[in-house]
Design a protein around this ligand. Structure first.
Ligand code: MN
Length: 338
């Protein structure tokens, strides 16, 4: 079978590998059908991920069809359509015991620390699989994982309809968070410096789309909130500066959610957090959000078709990467077909 392997940074190869086989009685063998390309895959490809190791078969947004099941598998059968949870946790450490398995002490992420799903066949334990709702296409199914990220952010921010949420950055993550936050009934403002991305934000229900290139963002947020500031600020820009700025947009008793992986320090003073009792919270991956997100897909509350803009056969990975990195083309989710 063929696998897409980042042999070393900037070196993507289509490798011939033996087809994997089931080794544990609770394992399941999948024929991979679709794989989404995520910003983090691009970082691993370029060697700018602080956590990935090489060589690595990447891919963590994966849907496939079951072709074989282990002897003790229950609830799944050959022919079932499933998505893979990329989070692998130990289940016994403090974090796992309190239900925070996404920050497990032994955390492994498929496609990052261990091989992922950009291969024709993959073996996964049944505990990492979820059924794809009927009526959801293979292409749409790969959007389930990105929405677990959005679900996690909204849960960390405790978003309700009372909230005024300011999402900094209208890339794929920012836009997914917007869609999810709107389902909670929150007022949502979004900023970016690219007009086409702001158009997507408007289309997905943003109450205001702010071009940070032309507008004093702080003034605009204060104007929109009657001088109060946003109750939740989500930094989906993830730069040293955006994290600093996030603190300046949030109101007293508000929450700032950090998503970035930068190791560079940001200059933030204690008073801005203490005096106003700001909660600064990180959000990483997701903890058991697949069932919640799948329910949103099943009920039709989350529509994701409009977020998928390009599909490529997986052997055309280099063309897909070129498209994603072409600043002239405003792409949404790019899907690999296996
Ligand atoms: Mn992703």
């Amino acid at each position: 079978m063929k696998a897409l392997c980042v042999a070393s940074p900037n070196h993507m190869v289509i490798e011939e590998r033996p087809k994997p086989s089931i080794s544990s009685p609770t394992d399941i063998l999948l024929k991979v059908k679709t794989g989404g390309i995520c910003g983090s895959d691009i970082h691993i490809y370029h060697g700018s991920s602080p956590v990935a190791t090489y060589p690595r078969v990447i891919g963590h947004e994966i849907a496939g069809e079951i072709v074989e099941i282990g002897k003790e598998v229950s609830g799944f059968g050959v022919g079932d359509r499933v998505v893979i949870d990329p989070v692998v946790s130990c289940g016994v450490c403090y974090q796992c015991r309190i239900g925070r398995r996404n920050v497990c002490g032994q955390l492994k992420v498929r496609g990052v620390h261990v091989d992922g799903g950009y291969q024709e066949y993959v073996v996964v334990p049944q505990s990492s699989l979820y059924h794809i709702p009927a009526g959801i296409s293979w292409e749409e199914a790969i959007m389930i994982e990105p929405f677990t990220i959005a679900e996690q952010v909204c849960s960390r921010a405790e978003i309700t309809k009372e909230d005024v949420v300011f999402i900094m950055g209208a890339g794929p993550v920012g836009l997914s968070i917007l869609k999810r936050a709107k389902l909670s009934g929150a007022t949502c403002y979004v900023s970016d410096i690219i007009g086409a991305k702001l158009d997507f934000a408007r289309q997905y229900g943003a109450d205001e789309a702010i071009n940070a290139k032309n507008v004093d963002v702080k003034e605009e947020i204060l104007r929109l909130t009657g001088g109060n500031g946003a109750t939740v600020v989500i930094d989906a820009v993830c730069s040293v500066k955006s994290f600093e700025l996030a603190l300046s947009y949030v109101c007293s008793a508000g929450r700032v959610i950090a998503l970035g992986f930068s190791k560079e320090p940001s200059a933030i003073n204690q008073l801005s957090i203490t005096a106003r009792e700001i909660d600064v919270r990180g959000s990483r991956l997701h903890n058991n959000k697949f069932p919640t997100v799948i329910e949103l897909f099943t009920s039709g509350k989350l529509e994701v078709k409009d977020m998928i803009t390009h599909c490529f056969p997986f052997t055309e990975i280099h063309e897909a990467l070129k498209l994603i990195e072409n600043p002239e083309i405003e792409n949404g989710k790019v899907v690999l077909l296996f």
